[in-house]
Design a protein around this ligand. Structure first.
Ligand code: ZN
Length: 316
């Protein structure tokens, strides 16, 4: 089960015994977002297609229990991915009962304005968003086992996909606290979140608390992993610095030997030069310890060695 699917099934569990007002709001959101309207013998019928039978069963039950509108779920087709797609077809009365279709004074049916559909009551407003996410939402986060692959490249993405741009903008403005970004993709308007904290807030809002805890674990695992990486990057940089310094010191020492100047060096410099020749990979600290002197003392001796070598080079 993908993370998206588990969020959706958690939402569906949480809305199973919703109040009448909220159940209606959930169904309105679903039909407005993904319902398609077809003209049939008895009038305009709404239908919803999905590969999620639990979801279709849920909206079918809402229509039956709260509006006494019958519906029929049938196996519809195979999607491009080879998964079965189901269709839930509602009796024609549903559109008007839900206020999605409005009859004008001449009896002609038209669509209700998008912005008027979004509920004002907090409970229903939440239910409406739950319906939207299950109908047209998706969310991707790095999986804990993939954590290493995603270090540094954030891959948190939650989106709601709308065919109706007017409706998408109404949702974005009513749910401004979610701080959706907007983009156009093919024939759709997409409202999306990229920030892991914003996604966590959204999951809490739609009652997907188990999913939110899972997300938090991923965030923690990633930050631990990032720290470990940062630390080891730091160690690598230090090793590189040691190797580069050691190379410069060895250059000077071999130059002084070649010039026949090594034996005339002060004892303290000869001593440290011999240690460096014995162990090119030793850190400054390790060499200082072997000589029972301070790191800055060892550094000073190496500087002196290189200074003598440089002076000699300039003379030539
Ligand atoms: Zn309500």
């Amino acid at each position: 089960m993908t993370f998206s699917q588990s969020v959706k099934s958690e939402i569906l569990r949480s809305v199973r015994n919703a109040k009448h007002c909220c159940a209606i709001a959930f169904l309105q959101a679903v039909l407005k977002a993904v319902g398609s309207l077809t003209l049939e013998r008895y009038g305009y019928c709404f239908s919803v297609e999905s590969d999620n039978v639990d979801f279709l069963t849920h909206i079918s039950n809402i229509a039956q229990e709260h509006l006494q509108v019958k519906s029929h779920i049938s196996s519809y087709n195979m999607s491009a991915k080879g998964t079965a797609v189901y269709s839930c077809r509602f009796e024609s009365a549903l559109g008007e009962r839900l206020g999605l279709l409005i009859r004008d004074k001449d009896g002609a049916l038209g669509f209700a304005e998008a912005s008027t559909l979004i509920p004002t009551e907090a409970c229903c407003r939440k239910a409406f968003m739950q319906g939207l996410f299950v109908a047209c939402g998706s969310v991707v986060i790095p999986q804990t086992e993939d954590v290493a692959d995603f270090v540094g490249s954030a891959k948190y993405h939650l989106e709601l996909r709308f065919a109706d741009s007017e409706f998408a903008r109404a949702v974005s403005s009513v749910y401004s606290a979610a701080e959706f970004h907007e983009t156009a993709r093919k024939n759709h308007i997409v409202l999306y979140l990229k920030d892991s904290e914003r996604i966590a807030d959204f999951l809490v809002y739609v009652n997907a608390t188990a999913a939110k805890l899972y997300l938090e674990n991923v965030i923690v695992a990633r930050s631990v992993r990032n720290n470990v990486n940062r630390q080891s990057n730091c160690e690598v940089a230090n090793i590189e610095k040691t190797v580069a310094a050691s190379g410069r010191q060895l250059d000077s020492i071999s130059y002084l030997r070649a010039q026949g100047l090594f034996d005339s060096l002060p004892e303290s410099l000869k001593e440290i030069a011999l240690l460096r020749e014995e162990d090119p990979e030793a850190t400054l600290e390790e060499i200082a310890n072997r000589l029972h002197i301070s790191k800055s003392g060892a550094n000073h001796r190496f500087s002196k060695l290189m200074e003598i070598a440089n002076k000699q080079r300039k003379k030539q």
